[in-house]
Design a protein around this ligand. Structure first.
Ligand SMILES: C[S@@+](CC[C@H](N)C(=O)[O-])C[C@H]1O[C@@H](n2cnc3c(N)ncnc32)[C@H](O)[C@@H]1O
Length: 275
């Protein structure tokens, strides 16, 4: 597991990420003491449809004032949204030291340092007490994790009884081969896709009650079509996911878009409740 986690951390690694974001803000003449969440929104939500889908997911339950754990929080954009717009106290955990450093600094930059906490760690060994959070939230993370049972057991363990599990994920529909690179994996060796029904079985076996599932695939395709057209016309934006994926942005996005259109992959969000 150590080697795999190191390879996954290397896959996402972009050294000096926070400094690069600061540099890009300055290039746009944004004074650092005036930075708003919207100024960094293009880069700090590393999933299909960014802040829009996070807000939809948040609106699936009454989240106001909840304590939330974001598992695989990346740069912490969703954590800041939940803190700022829903009054949540949010903890983010991620494997990547560089993402956690960047997430903490970005929260301080937009004056949300006191409402968000970021910890480096592995989603399959969460360093939290049992029944610690009202909500466990995860977006586009499980594809990197082979031991699904461990992952969902850990998320279930730290969730309070009666608390909600919210997910937004990329799932495979059949068993056809997938092309790489993908945003989460340069090669098949870092990718552990599974199916929606397998996730549902795991969660229900743990005692989670299914509340809602939304097929987000068409919305994701629509978002990508617009993004790809913009990339063709204007080139990479100053503050987009290209900051995270660099030169491989285009092949990664095109592979994902093609597989969504072909029906090999799908996007789903949903809500479960811990009984
Ligand atoms: C595609 S990014 C999504 C980030 C964030 N959830 C978001 O939507 O903005 C996937 C994230 O999962 C993290 N990750 C992968 N495997 C992990 C693990 N075993 N434990 C914790 N985080 C992990 C990566 O470091 C990366 O930040």
């Amino acid at each position: 597991m150590g080697d795999l986690n190191q390879s996954i951390e290397n896959h996402y690694l972009k050294e000096g990420l926070y400094e690069d974001i600061i540099h890009r803000l300055k290039e746009q003449n944004i004074a650092l003491d005036t930075v708003k969440r919207s100024d960094i929104a293009g880069v700090d939500e590393f999933h299909v449809r960014g802040a829009a889908v996070s807000r939809e997911l948040a609106n699936g339950i009454d989240l106001q004032g909840a304590s939330v754990l974001d598992v695989g929080c990346g740069l912490g954009g969703p954590c800041r949204m939940l803190a700022d717009e829903y009054g949540c106290q949010v903890t983010g955990i991620d494997l990547s030291h560089e993402y956690i450093r960047t997430a903490s600094n970005l929260s301080k930059l937009v004056q949300l340092g006191d409402k968000t906490t970021f910890t480096q760690g592995d989603a399959t060994a969460l360093p939290f007490e049992d029944n610690a959070f009202d909500v466990v939230w995860t977006q586009h993370v499980q594809m990197n994790i082979p031991d699904k049972k461990k992952l969902y057991s850990e998320m279930h363990r730290v969730l309070k009884t009666g608390g909600h599990f919210l997910f937004y994920d990329i799932l495979k529909k059949g068993d056809e081969e997938i092309s790489y690179p993908m945003p989460w994996a340069s090669t098949v060796y870092l990718s552990f896709l599974f199916k929606a029904e397998e996730m549902d079985h795991l969660l229900q076996d743990l005692g989670m009650i299914h509340k809602q599932t939304i097929d987000q695939t068409q919305a994701g395709i629509g978002f990508f079509d617009i993004l790809v057209a913009r990339l063709k016309e204007f080139g990479p934006p100053k503050m987009g996911l290209n900051v995270l994926m660099g030169e491989t942005t285009k092949p990664k996005l095109m592979n994902l878009l093609r597989h969504l259109k072909e029906g090999k992959l799908e996007l789903k969000s949903g809500v479960y409740k811990k009984s």
